[in-house]
Design a protein around this ligand. Structure first.
Ligand code: GA4
Length: 325
């Protein structure tokens, strides 16, 4: 395992770093065909890193690769054709700009809300719909394993927020073109390398990502070192998001992550962001807290947190604003 310094091109001394580190030996791999082991391993991974990979997930691989083909076909269209889908608000295409507050990255993307898929391409819409539904179910299964592993009842305490018909789902298809010319590379967040998507945490409850075989995703460990996530196009990568950190009163860590581009290869990623209904009140679960344990966060609705999020820059530590002093 290579560990990267803040500047992605400078590997640091692994032995020294591992001593300081939380004994990081690689991305935790969770086999969903063994739920009894999975629930405990998921809790451990969420407490230590806020990140893990799932195998034997049950999402059909034909569905994943068909959607990837359609996605590539979209991004291969001319710029004029793609620009017809601008702005991504809430559905649509965008190139290089991220959010509304001046962030940029070496990527183009499509953003959709749950019931809002492109209608002019029937194949694309129906594949995207089927894919999001399959991944939402996977998200519910993982959230139930989390509740089970934390020994809290009912098992649906987290997953009910994703199964609610008003759940606020976002689906994102990213294309990071190769970035061969260093002079063209976006330079953000004090990192001299080609940033595809700058460092941030995801605001929702859980994010589930799948990418092609091009590397680029990196996660930040608790000691602030960045580690690359080796690509695996047959698995899904799961992030703990901000709301899950709040409802577990800080037991689970919302993982800071970023994407760097490749000099020669395109990276495609498809990410499901599972959010609760907008009016859902978010606060630490009483059933999880020890006697005398205090809530670390002020209560807020997902609508309040989301609105605040969309007014901030990507790298901002948004949760600190809701943290009790
Ligand atoms: C990060 C997670 C999701 O990709 C996203 C992003 C959103 C956007 O791309 O418009 C945000 C970003 C994300 C957090 C801070 C704000 C909003 C860009 C940005 C600068 C779709 C989301 O929900 O929040």
């Amino acid at each position: 395992m290579v560990i990267l310094s803040q500047d992605q091109n400078q590997p640091i001394n692994l032995a020294n770093k591992l001593n300081k580190n939380t004994n990081f030996t690689g991305i935790p791999v969770i086999d969903l065909s063994c739920p009894d082991d999975a629930k405990n391993l998921i809790v451990k991974a969420c407490q230590e890193y806020g990140f893990f990979k799932v195998i034997n997930h049950g999402v059909p691989l034909w569905l994943v690769s068909e959607l990837e083909k359609e996605t590539m076909a979209f991004f291969n269209m001319s710029q004029t054709e793609k620009d017809k889908y601008y702005p991504p608000n809430p559905l649509g295409y965008c190139s290089k700009r991220i959010g509304l507050n001046g962030d940029t990255g070496w990527l183009e993307y499509l953003l959709f809300t749950s019931n809002n898929f492109p209608t002019n391409n029937k194949t694309f819409s129906s594949l995207a719909k089927e894919y999001v539904e399959a991944v939402r179910k996977l998200g519910c299964e993982i959230l139930e394993l989390m509740a089970d592993g934390l020994k809290i009842e009912p098992k649906s305490v987290f997953s009910r927020m994703l199964s609610d018909e008003k759940a606020d789902t976002i689906f994102r298809l990213n294309h990071y073109p190769p970035c061969p010319n260093p002079n063209q590379r976006a330079t953000t967040n004090g990192c001299r390398n080609p940033i595809g998507f700058g460092e941030h945490t995801d605001p929702q409850l859980i994010s589930i990502a799948r990418s092609n075989t091009t590397s680029g995703l990196q996660i930040c460990l608790p000691d602030e070192t960045w580690v690359p996530v080796p690509p695996d196009h047959t698995s899904f990568f799961v992030n703990v998001d901000d709301l899950l950190q709040v409802v577990t009163n800080g037991r689970f860590k919302s993982v800071r992550h970023r994407v760097v581009t490749d000099r020669l290869k395109s990276r495609i990623s498809m990410i499901y962001f599972g959010g609760p209904p907008l009016m859902e009140k978010i606060s630490p679960l009483r059933s999880l807290m020890e006697p005398g344990e205090e809530s670390l966060y002020h209560e807020f609705t997902w609508f309040e947190y989301k609105s605040y999020t969309y007014r901030t820059r990507l790298a901002v530590d948004r949760l600190s604003f809701f943290h009790k002093r």
